[in-house]
Design a protein around this ligand. Structure first.
Ligand SMILES: [Fe+2]
Ligand SMILES: [Fe+2]
Length: 216
C-alpha cells in the first residue's frame, strides 16, 4: 500500500520535475484517467495506479543515447527492436530508474505497470491494462485515434455495466487500441514489438472464445 502522503509528495515532485509543460500536463491527466478507470475496474489498487501514472513517463524526454546508457548501465543489451522502435525505450528505462529515484513508490505492481505501458505484453494484470489505456485516452490527448478510443470507452457507459460486460468492454477497447498502434507503427515504417503482438493475439483469442461461449 502506498499511502496518501507518499502519493502527494510524488505528485509535487513530478510537478517540479524537469520535463516539458506538455509532458507534465499529460502525466497529471493520466493520473486522473487512471483513477477514473481504477474506480471501475480496480478500486483496491488506486494507489498503484496513481503512482504508476505519475511515474510512467519520467524518462520520456531522454535522448536515445541516454536510454541506451541506462540499459547498458543496468546490464541490459539493447535489442534491435528497442533501437528501431524508440518510442518503447522510455518504458524500460523508467521502470529501471523508479527503484533508485522513487524508492517509496517502487512496488512490483507500479514498476510492471510502467514497464509495459507502451507495448503491453501477454498476460497483463488489470493495473498494467489500465495504465496502458489511461496513457492512450487521457483528456489532454487530441490525436484522432486517442479521441476515438476515449469516446469508444466512455460512450458505452461502462459505469452501468456488470462485471462481465465491463471486462468484455475493456478487452474490445484494448483490441482497438492495439490495432491503431500497429497500423500507425507500420505506416511509420517501425517494427512491431513482439510483446505487442502477443498482447493483441491473446486479447483476440479471448474475444473469440467469448463469442463462441455466447453462441453455445
Ligand atoms: Fe509513455
Ligand atoms: Fe505517457
Amino acid at each position: 500500500m502506498i499511502d496518501e502522503k507518499i502519493l502527494c509528495d510524488l505528485r509535487k515532485e513530478i510537478e517540479n520535475a524537469e520535463m516539458s509543460e506538455k509532458r507534465r500536463r499529460h502525466t497529471l491527466a493520466v493520473e486522473d484517467m487512471a483513477v477514473r478507470l481504477g474506480e471501475l475496474y480496480a478500486p483496491e489498487s488506486l494507489d498503484v495506479l496513481r503512482a504508476a501514472a505519475l511515474l510512467h513517463d519520467i524518462t520520456k524526454e531522454y535522448t536515445a543515447e541516454e536510454h541506451i546508457a541506462i540499459l547498458i548501465g543496468h546490464g541490459i543489451l539493447p535489442r534491435d527492436i528497442d533501437i528501431f522502435a524508440p518510442k518503447t525505450l522510455h518504458a524500460q528505462t523508467a521502470a529501471l530508474l523508479i527503484p533508485e529515484k522513487y524508492a517509496e513508490s517502487a512496488t512490483p505492481e507500479v514498476i510492471s505497470a510502467v514497464r509495459w505501458h507502451t507495448t503491453g505484453h501477454a498476460g497483463m494484470t488489470v493495473c498494467e491494462k489500465l495504465i496502458y489505456l489511461a496513457d492512450y485516452i487521457d483528456e489532454t490527448r487530441k490525436f484522432p485515434d486517442c479521441v476515438k478510443l476515449r469516446e469508444m470507452f466512455w460512450s458505452a457507459e461502462p459505469q452501468k455495466m456488470n462485471e462481465k460486460e465491463k471486462e468484455a468492454h475493456l478487452r474490445r477497447v484494448l483490441i482497438e487500441s492495439y490495432k491503431m498502434t500497429v497500423t500507425a507503427l507500420l505506416d511509420e515504417g517501425c517494427p512491431i514489438s513482439p510483446d505487442t503482438v502477443d498482447a493483441l493475439n491473446e486479447l483476440i483469442i479471448e474475444e473469440r472464445k467469448n463469442e463462441n461461449g455466447r453462441k453455445d
